[in-house]
Write a protein that binds this ligand. Structure first.
Ligand code: G3P
Ligand code: MG
Length: 359
């Protein structure tokens, strides 16, 4: 009887382990900070009555600017379900893979939110925000006096403020990280060019360009405004165009985020872990099966054909792409260059399709 019940459990495990879902955020789940349509109701379907997760899903966004743990709290608040930090993969999340190389190196991070806090939470020990870095070079931004806005300095916030770090600004910057969408494009282009054309010390002359990393390369994305907004990819083009005009060697850079296949592979690993730890709990370990479950289908629900759909296509089996009409893509017909496996109006339609297909 024991064997019979064990095999019955196993059948149920293998049935439940057959699928997982990755949701894009901007243009699928949210417009700015506002839930799109019934995205809140759609996500509730993945939880049981007691509020625990029954279907593995995560957010796979190219956005960012705050640590994953904080983003999870923010999303839980907006969406009314409990989102775990492990369910949040942001554009900059893979920067943590560069820790070995830069852990003790002097690096500069820029973008909206708290780019240096993000990096220091990944373990980088000598990171400074571009805001702070620029403030140590008088007159580096010749139009600074005309900028009447005030910014919330990172020194006011969270864990980072508790650590008093004294950086030596006469030392070379070893790398620049664009963590999230830059706020002051003009100042950032100027200062990044200063760092990169000088070998890491503004004002010096050195032809060796320090590495430059972008969290993503989205040309446009859907925020709260009715039409698409310029994203990090647009900033990259602007910076690259200027840099290539003032420097002899073309700009060298690396972009992380979607549509890179390693992002989708990482998402698969996280979904498998979520399935084991949250959705199945002791059932799997009780069977002595500690290997990662394999998925029959992984769904990517996105709004940007060039990023979300292209990424899922490149990742290949078992990814299945679903394109919504609530963001960057709004057409009736499927995208010609990167056609999705399915086009729907909203994320709620996508969830209804998935649940019916997997029933
Ligand atoms: O800045 C955010 C944007 O580039 C994309 O976000 O959630 O659509 O991947 P998302
Ligand atoms: Mg999007």
């Amino acid at each position: 009887p024991q064997a019979a019940s064990a095999s019955a459990t196993f059948r149920s495990v293998s049935h439940h382990s057959s699928f997982g879902i990755a949701f894009d955020i901007d243009g699928v789940i949210l417009h700015g900070a506002n839930p799109i349509g019934n995205s809140r109701r759609a996500l509730r379907k993945f939880y049981n009555h007691s509020g625990s997760l029954k279907i593995p899903f995560l957010f796979l966004t190219n956005g960012g600017g705050i640590p994953e743990s904080r983003r999870a709290l923010e999303l839980s608040d907006i969406l009314g379900v409990k989102i775990l930090p492990s369910q949040v993969m942001q554009g900059h999340s893979p920067f943590s893979t560069l820790l070995k190389r830069y852990e003790n190196e002097f690096i500069v991070a820029t973008g909206k939110g708290e780019p240096a806090v993000v990096m220091s939470e990944y373990g980088f020990k000598r990171v400074v925000s571009l805001d702070e870095y620029a403030s140590h070079f008088s007159n580096i931004d010749p139009v600074a006096q005309y900028k009447r806005w005030t910014t919330i300095q990172e020194s006011n916030c969270s864990k980072h403020s508790e650590k008093i770090i004294h950086h030596d600004y006469s030392k070379n910057v070893k790398a620049v990280f664009v963590v999230s969408d830059p706020v002051d494009w003009g100042r950032d282009i100027q200062v990044i060019c200063d760092i990169l054309t000088s070998g890491g010390i503004p004002g010096e002359k050195n032809w060796h360009q320090p590495p430059l990393y972008f969290a993503a390369d989205d040309l446009q994305y859907q925020a709260a405004f009715s039409s698409k907004r310029l994203g990090m990819g647009a900033f990259r083009i602007a910076l690259e165009s200027v840099f290539n005009r003032i420097h002899d060697k073309p700009l060298e850079f690396t972009c992380f985020g979607k549509p890179n296949p390693f992002v989708f592979r990482k998402a698969e690993t996280i979904l498998a872990h979520l399935l084991q730890t949250c959705c199945l709990g002791d059932v799997v370990t009780g069977n002595g099966d500690s290997s990662s479950p394999s998925f029959r289908t992984l769904y990517m629900v996105g709004d940007n054909p060039l990023v979300d759909i292209k990424g899922a296509q490149q990742a290949g089996y078992p990814w299945f792409s679903i394109l919504t009409r609530t963001g960057v893509f709004r057409q009736r017909e499927n995208h010609t260059k990167y056609p999705a496996d399915l086009v729907v109006d909203t994320v709620e339609d996508a969830v209804a399709f998935i649940l019916k297909r997997e029933d």
